[in-house]
Design a protein around this ligand. Sequence first.
Ligand SMILES: [Zn+2]
Length: 222
Amino acid sequence: MKKWMLMLCFLLFFDVQMIGGMRDKTSLSTFRQAGMPVELFQKMGMKAQDMEQYLGFWEDLKYFPVAGRKEAPKEVFYFEDTWLEDRNYGGKRAHQGCDVFGKEDRREYYPVVSMTDGVVETVGWLPLGGWRIGIRSPGGGFFYYAHLSSYEKEFQEGDAVKAGEILGFLGDTGYGEEGTRGKFPCHLHVGIYVKTQKEAEHALNPYPVLLFLQSRQKNFFY
Ligand SMILES: [Zn+2]
């Protein structure tokens, strides 16, 4: 190979690397400006293109979805990264969400609150999700709260919801026909979906969102 060709190859390679690197740096600073915990996402092995999917709704996130009670304002909730773990009800499938547990396995005990402002898009019974409610935030995130033991009020599709508003109570409904309870320990299943060019409902891992909101737990003194 001629010397100039080698040189050209080298320059091209270098250019591509540089442009790629610059693009990554730009988007990382955009994510940081929106308040995204970039290091946390990176620790989970996520790349800029993965983080990009959270960007639209990040600034909508206000409260952890389960709240403390008067008797225990410093309630601690537990959740793990179970993204795409195997689940068996309704055929073999992958867990597209994150489950939040309280210390006590009790229905009607912990308030479930909306993480964001938004509009109710879906509400009612689902064989898998039990009593569930789905809320679309202004930035386009769809937040799905499942297995509720009850709703705070009769929500209708199209209702406006405020961040921190009580949606209902943590429970153990689902895995059967309407009213089925007790098939698993009480917990809140959180799902987050966004519209992409390819999919109307693209599921995102809620784990980094819940970690971020952990310090933003709302407590009720009633
Ligand atoms: Zn779940």
